[in-house]
Every structure is written in structure tokens, then in C-alpha cells.
Design a protein around this ligand. Structure first.
Ligand SMILES: Nc1nc2c(c(=O)[nH]1)N[C@H]1C(S)=C(S)[C@@H](COP(=O)(O)O)O[C@H]1N2
Ligand SMILES: [Mo]
Length: 327
């Protein structure tokens, strides 16, 4: 009986259980098959469907960011902006559970007095308050495509500032070649109820080459849809790297370190064959378990429409970033 229920959870539609989750569940199952407590792991996955919510619930804990100029270079893409009612309830944030429906759990993220520590190989190491960051770096809005390794895509109006502004501020030394970004982690708070991912390599960590971070496309978002970031999107500050798969965009950043070597990262440590360090969107390079040639647009309607569109190299940003990868 227990077994059948576990298998059923793996067969839920992809929009409820992510492919990353399917992997984790399989791994957990193999490691600790039918261990006591596995029911508790599975139940929240089954229980999170058919939630209905209003936009005001989804933007709880946010404030408006009025008069932010839209960068004219990123004013539109070839498809409409995804409605917030879809984007803000369809998230990945494993610290708060393993489904796409973690937005409610994520409200327990404590964002008061948020600080971001910047160190490593820089001339000006320092710790910022989030308010200082908002004041110091001029904010702009950018409409970006957003493509996850799981082959869904959205179009999102982010508010934030290019990462290169932070590089200018802290002045990396010539020895700095890579950058490590670390997400908030507190096992007392961030483990989704009933979904104990204790054996995973927390905290969530991502990395870039310093040239990638210096590219004008690489962005820190502190807002979305005209307001500060809802917690489920990685409040109060997260990475947005539009030419890479979504998992490269670590949320709720607390630490940024400039390094002389490539850092280990969360998904790459866990499943190196499936989630590379570089992770550029590439329709010709399939994931070991599925094609990346097309993507499903997170769409309109009472249920999501799942229209398939061709995936573009570098997610459509090749003219800005392809030169980073010429050998
Ligand atoms: N800290 C942290 N950052 C994270 C994740 C996560 O689980 N934890 N998931 C990643 C993945 S797989 C994706 S697709 C995006 C999803 O961002 P969104 O929920 O704002 O759409 O966040 C990325 N950043
Ligand atoms: Mo993802």
C-alpha cells in the first residue's frame, strides 16, 4: 500500500511535481525504502493540488516599487508577459518543499534586517543591508524570458540591477575568477513541513565565472511585477541569469564570494550528469532524461495551457552572451 502511494506521487503531472523532485524522491526511495516516515514525505506532495488563490495572497509581504524605469533594451520579448497569478504560485524553492506549490510555505522565510555579505578576493569586502542595496544601485525593470531545465518557460518583469554594478563597487582582485552565491538556510525554518531533505548539500549554492557575472544580462532582482519580491520568488534579493536554466538563479542570497576556483554548486553536486555548472539554455543538448528542443509555456486559462514552443540557444540572448563561450 505504501509502495503504491509512493509510486503514484511520482506519476503526478509535471506541473505539480518537478522533474528535480522526481529524482529526489527516487533517490530517497532507493536509499531509505519504506523507512518509517516516508508517508509523511509523500503526503504534502499529494495534498498541494487544486489550490485556488487570489493575487493579493500571492503578493503578501511585498510593497509597490513605483516609478522604476523599464530598460528599453529589455522592454518586450516575442510573447506576452506571464500573468503573475501563474508565475507567483508555480515556484521552485526546495528549502520549503519539493513541489511547485511552495508559495504558502515560503511565507515563513524571515526577511527582516536582511544582510548580504560580500567577500573573498575583493578590495572592498563589506556587508550590505538590503535597504542600502536598494538605494545604492539604481533599479530598473527588465522583461526577461525565464527557462527552467525542466522545459517550462515564462516571461517575467523583474526589477533590480545588473550584477556588474556590484562588481564595480567591491572591486575584485585579479586573482578572482569565479563567484559563489549562497542562499539563506536555517534548518529550523526552511525545511518544508513533512518534506525533510536533510541529506541534501545545503545551503543552496550557485556559481558563475566572473566574466559571466560581469555580462550586462546578469541581474540581481529585488522585485517583480512592480513590487518587491514575494518570498516564494526569493525575497529580498535573488539571481536572474536569463541565458541559463532556472536553477542557476539562487534565491534569497545572503553571501557572495569571489574565488580563484570553480565552486561546488547544489544541483551539480547532487546530480552532476544532469545539472552542469555552465547550464546554458541549449536546444541541441538534451537533458539525459528528456529533450530540451522545445519548452512548455506557463500560460493562460483556468488550467495552464501547455503550448510547446521551440527553445532558443542561450534562451534568445546569444547576441549578448555567445562571445563568452567562444574557445
Ligand atoms: N535557494 C534556492 N534557489 C533556487 C531554487 C531552490 O530550490 N532554492 N530553485 C531554482 C530553480 S530549479 C528554479 S527553476 C528557480 C525558480 O524561480 P521562481 O520560483 O521564482 O520561478 O529558482 C532557482 N533558485
Ligand atoms: Mo528549475
Amino acid at each position: 500500500m505504501v509502495l503504491i502511494r509512493i509510486l503514484k506521487s511520482w506519476e503526478l503531472p509535471e506541473r505539480e511535481v518537478t522533474s528535480e523532485t522526481a529524482f529526489l524522491n527516487r533517490r530517497r526511495f532507493l536509499k531509505s525504502a519504506i523507512a518509517a516516515g516516508i508517508g509523511a514525505t509523500v503526503l504534502p506532495i499529494l495534498g498541494c493540488q487544486n489550490q485556488s488563490q487570489t493575487k493579493s495572497e500571492l503578493i503578501k509581504n511585498t510593497v509597490p516599487l513605483p516609478d522604476i524605469p523599464r530598460n528599453p533594451n529589455f522592454a518586450q520579448v516575442d510573447r506576452p508577459v506571464t500573468k503573475q497569478i501563474f508565475a507567483s504560485r508555480y515556484n521552485n524553492f526546495y528549502e520549503f518543499g519539493g513541489t511547485k506549490s511552495i508559495w504558502r510555505n515560503a511565507q515563513s522565510l524571515p526577511t527582516e534586517n536582511w544582510k548580504v555579505e560580500i567577500g573573498g578576493l575583493v578590495k572592498n569586502p563589506r556587508t550590505y543591508d538590503i535597504d542600502e542595496i536598494q538605494k545604492k544601485f539604481p533599479l530598473e525593470e527588465r522583461i526577461y524570458r525565464f527557462r527552467c531545465v525542466e522545459a517550462w518557460s515564462m516571461v517575467v518583469p523583474w526589477i533590480g540591477f545588473p550584477m556588474k554594478r556590484l562588481i564595480e563597487d567591491v572591486e575584485p582582485t585579479s586573482a578572482a575568477k569565479f563567484v559563489r552565491f549562497t542562499s539563506f538556510y536555517d534548518p529550523q525554518i526552511t525545511t518544508g513541513p513533512g518534506f525533510h531533505l536533510g541529506s541534501l548539500p545545503w545551503p543552496y549554492v550557485e556559481g558563475l565565472r566572473i566574466e559571466e557575472m560581469a555580462n550586462d544580462q546578469a541581474f540581481f532582482a529585488t522585485g517583480i511585477y512592480g513590487r518587491t519580491l514575494p518570498k516564494q520568488h526569493g525575497a529580498p534579493i535573488r539571481m536572474v541569469i536569463p541565458w541559463k536554466y532556472g536553477f542557476k538563479g539562487a534565491k534569497s542570497i545572503v553571501k557572495i564570494e569571489f574565488l580563484d576556483r570553480q565552486p561546488a554548486t547544489f544541483w551539480n553536486t547532487l546530480v552532476p550528469k544532469e545539472y552542469g555548472f555552465e547550464a546554458n539554455v541549449n536546444p541541441t543538448k538534451p537533458h539525459p532524461r528528456w529533450s530540451q528542443a522545445t519548452e512548455r509555456v506557463v500560460g493562460d486559462g483556468p488550467a495552464m495551457s501547455w503550448e510547446r514552443k521551440p527553445t532558443l540557444p542561450y534562451n534568445g540572448y546569444g547576441e549578448y552572451v555567445a562571445q563568452l563561450y567562444q574557445t
